[in-house]
Design a protein around this ligand. Structure first.
Ligand code: HEM
Length: 187
């Protein structure tokens, strides 16, 4: 049987360009998001690992994807307030709700609980006493307090829809939102 022809063909663009990109290592001008680029020599312009145009008129594929990073707003939690500490506290049997039975909470009742030592928040119709959680909140106490005494669903979802509040605040459930009674004077 005849020998198989060389692949890629001896005079192909791939072979011609192979000297330009002989290494499998990522090009040195690739920058991980949030990282500074590697220092470039002060002698001459920065090196470009991939030429603007490959021999044979081929344009190389893009080598970087820049995702604009939103600055994190996480705070440093005080000792004893890690997520694990919070898990421990919720399992301790301590009453974190501040009530002994589930309540029907009207908007005007909710409004009464907007102090740091008595903070309730409604999330999708459920009302939570978030007082105990405040020092454990990775975004800081002030952020949670923005929604204290009111419905924080929109703010919460806009900030971190991926955070499972139902699970984190299970032991902080106070009750459920109900409309203001018809004859109320809307305090
Ligand atoms: C509606 C009021 C709230 C606001 C405005 C708020 C805001 C924030 C902010 C700004 C961060 C930092 C995000 C970042 O830069 O990474 C954060 C993180 C976090 N918040 Fe809240 N938060 C609120 C309520 C809550 C509540 C009630 C909980 C408890 C279920 C919670 C749990 C968390 C967790 C677990 C993180 C860390 C998320 C992560 O690492 O991806 N937040 N929050």
């Amino acid at each position: 049987m005849d020998d198989a022809p060389a692949f890629p063909a001896l005079n192909s663009a791939q072979r011609l360009s192979s000297s330009a990109s002989s290494s499998l290592a990522p090009p040195s001008n690739m920058v991980a998001p949030g990282r500074l680029p590697p220092p470039t020599s002060s002698l001459g312009p920065p090196r470009l690992a991939v030429p603007a145009r490959l021999p044979g008129g081929l344009t190389p594929p893009p080598t970087t994807t820049v995702i604009p990073a939103k600055p994190r707003q996480k705070v440093v939690l005080t000792p004893g307030h890690s997520p694990l500490d919070w898990a421990r506290l919720t399992l301790s049997g301590q009453n974190l709700r501040g009530v002994t039975s589930f309540q029907k909470v009207t908007p005007s009742e909710l409004k009464k609980h907007r102090r740091k030592d008595d903070a309730w928040m409604a999330l999708n119709g459920k009302v939570y006493n978030v007082t105990a959680y405040l020092p454990f909140h990775p975004g800081g106490e002030q952020e949670v307090m923005r929604a204290a005494g009111r419905d924080g669903t929109k703010l919460y979802m806009n900030t971190h829809a991926w955070v499972n509040y139902d699970n984190l605040l299970k032991e902080c459930l106070v009750g459920f939102m109900v409309p203001e009674p018809e004859d109320s004077d809307d305090e």
